[in-house]
Design a protein around this ligand. Structure first.
Ligand code: AMP
Length: 303
């Protein structure tokens, strides 16, 4: 299997939605990413946890093709984040972010990971994303995520990373902010000029828009009756997207379109329960079936 080196946060999350509340559940962008990607290929996880993240928690990653040699356990507490969602789940307020051990995180890339052909730079300081890139040799695809916080506070470093990545996955608000363009088509052109030849704009319940070579591909989100917790949907999407591309190991138009559906399918599961619960219970047959449902949802005969 073509492995993906993935770097990002592992967290204890607390989440409040109109449908319930959960506290100190396992979360973090790298957690969602690697669980989703592991349905398609091998993941080499690079992250940091505190002493409070024990074997019981690490159990979540066991039995899956997720290598934990790059997960450092250091004195202190694991990163903690709390979010609260509005009635329609479209708005989220961050109640707190306690960086804890994440504050001094320096990704340590094991020697055996240096040849990783696929790299996913999760949403961390652009400076650390650059450091990771300096430790890998000639990857075939580098994908990255970022957020408003870094767009505002580290624009120069962020631009340096953008020059070195092939694919950027961000949400629509971030795309507008990064480009200074309210129109997403123009925003896409502007962002592609900053470096990434492939841009994936996540639009929550409205689906996803991919831009490449001035061509677009769009997919809706799966219409679901039960959406409990959107936390991590974007990272889960990224895991399905990059995971699928690594598994088929090619970047043709057709495989990129299927990767968008793979990401959308994984994200649609993630939101069906709190935290990583739905991903924990998921099996390959569920994924195959949802992929087929997406085909039905989007298929029509041309005139
Ligand atoms: P998303 O819903 O895609 O924004 O991802 C939410 C996940 O990102 C949660 O599991 C959080 O633990 C994690 N998270 C929230 N804020 C940050 C941050 N500043 N840096 C890294 N990870 C974060």
């Amino acid at each position: 299997m073509t492995p993906i080196l993935a770097v990002g946060s592992i967290a204890f999350d607390s989440v409040k939605t109109p449908f319930g509340e959960a506290s100190r559940i396992i979360g973090g962008a790298a957690t969602y990413f690697s669980l989703a990607a592991s349905f398609f290929t091998d993941v080499r996880l690079v992250a940091v946890v505190g002493e409070d993240f024990g074997d019981a928690e690490l159990e979540l990653f066991k039995g899956r093709p997720i290598d934990l040699a790059g997960v450092q356990k250091v004195p202190g507490e694991t990163f903690r984040w709390k979010g609260e969602y509005s009635f329609d789940l479209n708005n989220r307020e961050t109640i707190y972010t306690h960086l804890n051990v994440f504050a001094d995180f320096r990704p340590a890339i094991p020697e055996a990971y240096r040849d990783s052909p696929f790299v996913f730079l999760g949403n961390i300081q652009p400076e650390l994303q650059l450091e990771v890139l300096d430790h890998v040799s000639a990857p075939r695809l580098v994908a990255m995520d970022t957020m408003n916080y870094w767009i505002e506070r580290a624009p120069a470093e962020l631009r340096k990373v953008l020059k070195r990545v092939d694919a950027l996955l961000i949400n629509d608000a971030e795309a507008r902010q990064l480009s200074g363009e309210p129109n997403l088509v123009r925003a896409a052109r502007c962002i592609r000029q900053l470096g990434p030849k492939l841009l994936v704009i996540k639009r929550g319940e409205y689906g996803v828009l991919m831009a490449r070579d001035g061509e677009f591909f769009a997919a809706p989100a799966m219409p679901l009756e039960e959406v409990f917790d959107p936390t991590g949907a974007g990272d889960t999407f990224a895991g399905g997207f990059v995971g699928y591309l690594a598994a088929c190991d090619e970047l043709s138009e057709a495989s990129l379109a299927r990767a968008i559906i793979a990401g959308s399918a994984m994200a649609s599961f993630s939101v069906e329960d709190f935290g990583v619960e739905r991903l924990r219970r998921l099996n390959h047959e569920d994924v195959r079936r949802r992929f087929a449902e997406f085909k039905r949802l989007t298929h029509f005969e041309a005139l």
